[in-house]
Design a protein around this ligand. Structure first.
Ligand code: ADP
Ligand code: MG
Length: 695
């Protein structure tokens, strides 16, 4: 497929690549010469123009020149050499923490210096810390670079400069031939200018002197778009391939007994919403097929995903299979266990519990009953992943709050019930409302159902944002609410990763609040409490015995206490929007009007203000997700670990959203008309990232 111009040779065919370098190159996904061409710049440095000191902006990476006005060693907390320069338009301080005597002497008053570095805020003015620098002799003219400098992602022991040299060598091989075009005309995108692949690659690695600098830096150049399109297409194909491969497996075609499902529906105090019914029908259609369902159910917090999961489990069991429901936290798993037990036991279906904190005897019994098939539905945490858990006839795997688990865990659990070539059906549920275009990319290997309707009678949560300077007012408000027999969550957050500190903070808060409000019954729940203890507190809160529950973010997912109608979140500015929306979803579940108080620690950054404002203005998970994406960018919102989304080289899910809309169709065209090219495209972009071997 690849023209014979050395591009498919191993990198060791290049000058300067021995065993050591080759090993390091493997780490960044480079094995063949052509892989270097697809190792694309992360960004560019602009050394083509001198920036006047008076025009500097924070965080810019710039080339500047000036005359040294003063050089002095400062002894503060850390000894540093400060070198003040100016150019007639403004001034700048160069700061060195490490410097030699010779350097210090060299940087003397009156010398002209040229530096490249990032502009930062110093105590008194803009600074550059450890800039690259060059002293310039009086009267001498030193030209600036004529081209942008690409900056590549690299790994330890592999310098930018060496990488640049290797890429230059690889580009030279391109002179003898062209990079084969793999995207067939039917799958091209009109929005992307018609650069050839070879032209686009040359352009982004070595932008010509007249290239539009800002456009390249902003990643808006057509050459970049051309490559981003191809990369996104390759990613889409990867996911589709993953999906196709699963479809080659068999799954038990389940033929449920509708009477059992009806029995639960008759028992429920409410009818299903239209959206719940529709999604259930989609699930049932999938499970009746002889190949594995892979369905994602998206539904905003409170949309009623649990009952849909329970009905799917009942279907599986009435069709003669076992089902398993897994949740990311023990607290949520326990709640599901209770709900499922209450719903399924009357139907004669035994529900089992499987979590980390169990006595050996309890665990042994559960394992036996899972193996014998006596337990029909197992509910638990990731303890269900363990090898010793063996099922008799696993037909359905349900994963709640899927975004908390990685793709790999998802695959691992799917492999659980697998013997030789059959697999269980898989249902994953998430409240993380990913904007549609993104979902198509993140979950291209899944079919997506959306519960786009909340049960009737819910009043939207009113959200207010207050500074923690008004903590006393908030406490009084909580008091008033409790006197009206409303229940309150008080959520403590800490940035520290340490769970220990988080729990400590929650304990302290509970004590302080109890002191302020002696007439209230206040409970505490956090991650380090024993299961039984936690359960006791949750039960007391649910039954109305407690007025207030002080908690860490353990209550973020899934907890369901309809009478709780006020939530206070401390240090709200430290949490992500999606997380805040989830937390807030704990209230507004009943008929009572609910409130959420977002308390922040002043001063609030501009970004922080924008984020909290967004929550105040919207209760719609999809709107919030879209805003979150705009404010924080897709990397942070999705987190590659959470979604299994590959790290992109040129593509950017936010900026390239318009490309995503045509992606699905383009991928289908590729698979239909040129499957071999589709395959080659995936290899070109993702060969080293994904191991299809075990799927
Ligand atoms: P989530 O989608 O966040 O997991 P849950 O499944 O916990 O939501 O449901 C939230 C609450 O709504 C629960 O108390 C549940 O019993 C209730 N509920 C679910 N479906 C309906 C419905 N169709 N009508 C009324 N209440 C419902
Ligand atoms: Mg839930």
């Amino acid at each position: 497929m690849v023209a014979d111009n050395g591009l498919s040779q191993p990198v060791t065919s290049l000058k300067g690549v021995g065993g050591k370098v080759a090993e390091r190159l493997v780490k960044i996904g480079v094995q063949q010469v052509q892989d270097l061409l697809f190792h694309l710049p992360l960004r560019y440095q602009d050394r083509t123009r001198l920036m006047p000191l008076g025009a500097l902006r924070l965080q810019q990476e710039v080339l500047v020149e000036g005359t040294i006005q003063l050089s002095q060693v400062k002894f503060g907390r850390r000894r540093s050499l400060l070198c003040h320069i100016s150019d007639g338009t403004g001034s700048l301080i160069l700061r060195f923490f490490h410097f030699s005597k010779a350097q210090q002497l060299q940087l003397e008053k009156g010398r002209k210096i040229r530096c490249f570095g990032e502009v930062r805020n110093g105590p008194s003015s803009f600074e550059m810390v450890h800039p690259e620098y060059q002293l310039i002799d009086a009267g001498k003219i030193v030209p600036v670079d004529s081209e942008l400098t690409p900056v590549y992602p690299t790994t330890e022991g592999l310098h930018q400069l060496s990488l640049r040299k290797l890429i230059t060598q690889a580009l030279a091989s391109l002179e003898n031939g062209l990079m084969p075009e793999l995207v067939i005309p039917e799958a091209r995108c009109h929005n992307v200018a018609d650069f050839s692949l070879t032209e686009a690659l040359k352009f982004v690695h070595q932008p010509p002197p007249d290239a539009p600098v800002q456009q390249l830096i902003d990643r808006q150049h057509p050459a970049q778009k051309r490559l981003a399109y191809e990369e996104l297409l390759a990613q889409q194909l990867t996911m589709k391939k993953l999906r196709q491969q699963t479809q080659h497996h068999r799954a038990p075609a389940l033929n449920p007994d509708p009477a059992q499902r009806e029995a639960l529906l008759n028992q429920l105090p409410f009818p299903l919403t239209k959206a719940q019914q529709r999604v259930l029908t989609e699930i049932e259609a999938d499970m009746s097929k002889p190949f594995p369902m892979q369905r994602l159910v998206q539904g905003d917090v409170g949309s009623g995903k649990t009952v849909v999961a329970a009905l799917a489990a009942i279907d599986a069991v009435s069709a003669g299979a076992q089902a398993v429901m897994m949740a990311p936290t023990e607290l949520l798993a326990e709640q599901h266990f209770k709900t499922f037990t209450q719903w399924l036991t009357p139907l004669g279906m035994k529900v089992g519990w499987c979590a980390g904190k169990q006595t050996a005897a309890e665990r042994r019994q559960v394992l036996e009953q899972l193996k014998s098939g006596e337990i029909k539905v197992a509910v638990g945490t990731h303890a269900l992943f363990q090898d010793e858990v063996v099922f008799n006839q696993l037909g359905l795997v349900i994963i709640d709050e899927q975004h908390r688990f990685g793709v790999h865990q998802r695959l691992a659990l799917r492999d659980k019930g697998r013997d030789v070539d059959t697999m269980p059906h898989q249902l994953v549920m998430t409240a993380t409302p990913i904007p549609r275009t993104l979902a198509m990319t993140a979950y291209a290997d899944l079919s997506v159902s959306v519960i786009d309707e909340l049960p009737p009678g819910r009043t939207p949560v009113t959200t207010v944002v207050v500074s923690d300077g008004r903590r006393q007012d908030v406490i009084e408000r909580v008091h008033a609410a409790c006197q009206q027999h409303r229940q309150v969550y008080w959520v403590c957050t800490l940035i520290e990763e340490s769970e220990h500190l988080q729990c400590q903070a929650a304990e302290d808060t509970a004590t302080t609040l109890q002191d302020c409000l002696p007439d209230l019954k206040i409970g505490l729940v956090h991650g380090r409490m024993k299961s039984a203890q936690k359960e006791q507190v949750m039960t007391a809160f649910k039954s109305g015995e407690l007025d207030m529950l002080v908690a860490t973010t353990v209550i973020e997912v899934g907890v369901d206490v309809p009478n709780a109608s006020l939530m206070v979140i401390e240090n709200a500015e430290r949490l992500g929007l999606a997380q805040l929306h989830q937390l807030r979803g704990r209230v507004g579940r009943g008929q009572i009007e609910s409130h959420c108080v977002l308390m922040y620690h002043a001063p609030l950054s501009e970004n922080g203000q924008a984020r909290l404002k967004c929550l105040r203005e919207s209760n719609d998970g999809f709107v919030i997700a879209q805003r979150d994406l705009e404010i924080r960018g897709p990397g942070e919102v999705l987190g590659t670990r959470q979604t299994g989304l590959p790290q992109f080289r040129v593509a950017n899910l936010l900026e390239d959203q318009e490309l995503l809309t045509v992606m699905e169709q383009a991928a289908n065209k590729m698979l239909e008309l040129a499957p071999d090219k589709a395959e080659a495209l995936v290899t070109r972009w993702f060969a080293h990232k994904l191991d299809f071997g075990h799927v």
